[in-house]
Ligand binder design. Structure first.
Ligand code: NAD
Length: 352
């Protein structure tokens, strides 16, 4: 018999496919927007310019200052343009950093957002916003930051470098893996998680072989959307706690850290999550998902040892302390020795 469960559907409209960003004028029309600010990083200003040309007089300009960790100072600069230009909506084109800026603006103004994601980060599907001020990262959750419309356009993802595609894609898989054993998991999200993992798992080697592969790019973006839904819908566990500790406290790179830790976190949890393990085995067509995820990442050129990101050996013990200090719920109770072994294996880049 099925367990009782709660399922919260996220509101929002999604367009998915190739060439879908050309429907931006119609989407502005639907939302009744007259003057929108386009957001990007400096590296993606050109993509933002093409979209600005597409919407013509409805463009109030481009703010190409989005950057990692959503600094409040950057948001404030963008807000000045919002108030000067009588802006009635924002369009974010880019990865999690640009989406974060759009969310930060929406939080303060309630302006509608259209997000056009170009990585596999999945932030567009969550009500979570992490911002930094005075060197501190503060994460909050508010329905105000959920975009009104998300346009997934495969064409805009072909330029994402292979190494970033791999780390961003496996980071997305990690959301879905933890969704499968979340305390508040439910059959709908588990179905979405399995489909997301399967899609990305098969897409990433195709992208590594041919970065312009439309099939690979399409399957990866679809998988990323599904994995983003998982992140936005149920609670994350030990893997995310460790990665937030390593990223937040020790400054290790976000997506790359997820890649190195995931096989070990999964190995740690798998005996306590037999149903999740069965689903994962089917999703990756392999008896040992932890090992096959490790092999996949390594074969695609990912660095699998945290020490290669500059983490000092002493920080293994500190990471364990911090993880135990304020733990997230986890299917397997945390004990120091098992946890130390997990972090030490990721530190060395051992196979799980
Ligand atoms: P990013 O947005 O920082 O992008 C990395 C670089 O890649 C940037 O220079 C960007 O311009 C470039 N880039 C992006 N797409 C490209 C493309 N198609 N072609 C060429 N270059 C491209 O990286 P990210 O991994 O997408 O996002 C990471 C950030 O998102 C982190 O700060 C993370 O905390 C946040 N995040 C938040 C959530 C959430 O729910 N709030 C979820 C996931 C990630």
């Amino acid at each position: 018999m099925m367990q009782n469960f709660v399922y919260n559907a996220q509101p929002g409209r999604v367009l998915f496919g190739t060439g879908t960003s050309r429907q931006l004028p119609q989407e502005l029309e639907r939302l009744g927007l007259q003057s929108v600010l386009l957001l990007s990083t400096p590296q993606q200003e050109e993509q933002a310019s093409s979209l600005a040309a597409l919407i013509g007089s409805k463009s109030a300009g481009i703010f190409a200052g989005a950057t990692m960790h959503t600094p409040v100072s950057v948001t404030e600069r963008a807000l000045e343009i919002v108030s000067e230009g009588k802006v009635d909506g924002v369009i974010a084109v880019g990865g999690g950093s640009t989406t974060g800026l759009g969310k930060a603006i929406a939080l303060r103004t309630d302006l509608p957002q259209i997000v056009i994601p170009t990585t596999y980060a999945g932030s567009e599907m969550t009500a979570i916003l992490g911002e930094t001020a005075d060197g501190r990262k503060v994460t909050q959750s508010s329905p105000k930051v959920l975009p009104e419309v998300v346009i997934y356009d495969v064409d805009l993802t072909v330029t994402l470098p292979v190494s970033l595609s791999v780390s961003s894609g496996i980071n997305a898989i990690a959301h879905a893996v933890e969704a499968l054993y979340a305390r508040d998991r439910n059959p709908i999200i588990s179905m979405i998680a399995a489909a997301g993992i399967r899609s990305l798992f098969h897409a990433l080697p195709a992208i590594a072989q041919d970065p312009s592969s439309r099939d690979g790019r399409s399957a990866a973006l679809y998988g990323a959307w599904l994995c983003g839904v998982c992140l936005g819908s149920v609670g994350m566990a030990l893997h995310h706690k460790i990665c937030h500790t390593l990223g937040g406290t020790f400054g290790l790179p976000h997506a790359e850290t997820h890649v190195a830790v995931l096989p070990h976190a999964l190995r740690f949890n798998e005996t306590a999550a037999p149903e999740a393990l069965t689903t994962l085995r089917q999703a990756v067509d392999h008896e040992d998902p932890a090992r096959v995820l490790f092999d996949l990442a390594r074969s695609l050129g990912a660095q699998m040892a945290l020490k290669d990101f500059g983490m000092p050996a002493d920080d293994v013990e500190r990471a364990v302390d911090l993880t135990l200090e304020n733990p997230y719920w986890n299917p397997r109770p945390l004990e120091r020795e098992g946890l130390r072994q997990l972090v030490a294996n990721a530190y060395e880049g051992n196979a799980p």
